[in-house]
Design a protein. Structure first.
Length: 282
């Protein structure tokens, strides 16, 4: 699977990923103490939905395009939609934020952002898009090395997004390895891993790897727009495996996921929310 992000910006997978990221940031921000945001495969940070790459697929029309003009959105989606509306002040949907821009706009002055993008052209675009914000550092190295390079952080709290392009067959395994490195270096790190729902046999092995990772606890969040085993779709849905999820995220996701599944379904939609690793009881 090739997931060069500009072609897929604003699709159903982005809606799930960026809405959830917005809520993780909001819940971490309940405490005044600063935290660091780490993004291993950051992309360019901002996408033109009418540009050459996004307009070739128009996937955003079946994602954020379905939600843009809806009234009475669930309350937990407010922050996410606010970021997108700030980028499109004339009310016409054209620009869509990647995870770095969502994080930049929703984090606080005391928080710090460490963004990594290996692709040289995308990395330079990311630097341009983040220019002027002293809280942001952009790295052009190997995203899989981010945890060992930057953790632990001085802030004592960290949120790390692992969102690779899935251009190589072993990237689900590498996600598990990156998770182990992150929690090994800073056990309390909130780690969110985005993954595609496509090959059920690969996913089963992935879940088993996550369960054996040694993370203190892990929440599985999935949104499907087709049946999970639909062989005719390039992407049946997507998920996030969240290690050390902050208190409150499970209830918020349980409120929003059925609503999203109903509105974003393309054939047989659905959702799942459960614990791959339950919190250890004292």
């Amino acid at each position: 699977m090739n997931y060069r992000h500009a072609f897929h910006a604003g699709n159903h997978a982005d809606v799930l990923k960026h809405f959830t990221l917005a809520r993780l940031i909001a819940l971490l921000s309940r405490k005044e103490a600063p935290f660091a945001y780490l993004d291993s495969h950051a992309g360019v940070g901002l996408y033109d939905l009418l540009g050459d790459q996004a307009s070739r697929t128009d996937e955003w029309r079946e994602g954020i395009g379905r939600l843009w003009d809806l009234p009475d959105l669930p309350a937990p989606m407010t922050d996410y939609l606010k970021v997108i509306r700030e980028l499109n002040p004339d009310g016409s949907l054209r620009y869509y934020p990647g995870s770095p821009e969502v994080a930049r706009r929703l984090t606080r002055p005391q928080d710090r952002l460490q963004l990594n993008e290996k692709h040289p052209e995308d990395g330079l675009l990311l630097k341009d898009n983040m220019a002027g914000d002293r809280r942001v550092a952009v790295h052009l190295g190997e995203g899989w090395h981010l945890a060992r390079a930057l953790l632990p952080v001085a802030e004592k709290r960290a949120l790390m997004l692992i969102d690779p392009p899935f251009e190589k067959a072993d990237e689900l395994e590498r996600c598990v390895t990156a998770l182990k490195e992150a929690i090994g270096r800073m056990r309390q790190t909130v780690v969110a891993i985005w993954y595609p729902i496509k090959d059920q046999r690969q996913l089963k092995r992935f879940y088993q790897g996550l369960q054996a990772s040694g993370a203190p606890k892990m929440l599985r969040v999935e949104l499907r727009v087709h049946a999970a085993d639909n062989a005719d779709s390039g992407l049946n849905g997507s998920g996030l495996a969240i290690a050390n999820p902050p208190w409150g995220i499970e209830d918020e996701l349980r409120q929003v996921l059925p609503w999203l599944a109903e509105r974003l379904a393309q054939s047989k939609g659905g959702w799942q929310l459960d614990w791959l690793i339950e919190d250890a009881k004292p």
